[in-house]
Design a protein around this ligand. Structure first.
Ligand code: F3S
Length: 83
């Protein structure tokens, strides 16, 4: 399983992830990215559907600040739990 969230402390609102993975990431009022999977609330607690793994990898590799966090376990809103 894969879980993902954006570390908003390091996101610089560059906008790459929403373009690479529009089904997973969108932006808040400040332009900072967040996980929009239903029920996740950018906490990294909803399993990313396998059909979106390609999008997730593109967003992860394309983020200039390493703010797209991925884990095999739920992150409960803590980007420090990323692997
Ligand atoms: Fe922010 Fe990285 Fe997306 S800087 S807008 S999380 S590509």
């Amino acid at each position: 399983a894969k879980y993902t969230m954006v570390d908003k402390e390091t996101c610089i609102a560059c906008g790459a992830c929403g373009a690479a993975a529009p089904d997973i990431f969108d932006y808040d009022d400040e332009g900072l990215a967040e996980n929009i999977l239903e029920g996740d609330d950018n906490r990294g607690v909803v399993e990313v559907p396998e059909e979106l793994y390609d999008q997730l990898e593109d967003a992860h590799s394309g983020c200039p600040t390493g703010s797209i966090k991925i884990s095999s376990q739920p992150m409960d809103g803590d980007p420090g739990k990323a692997e």
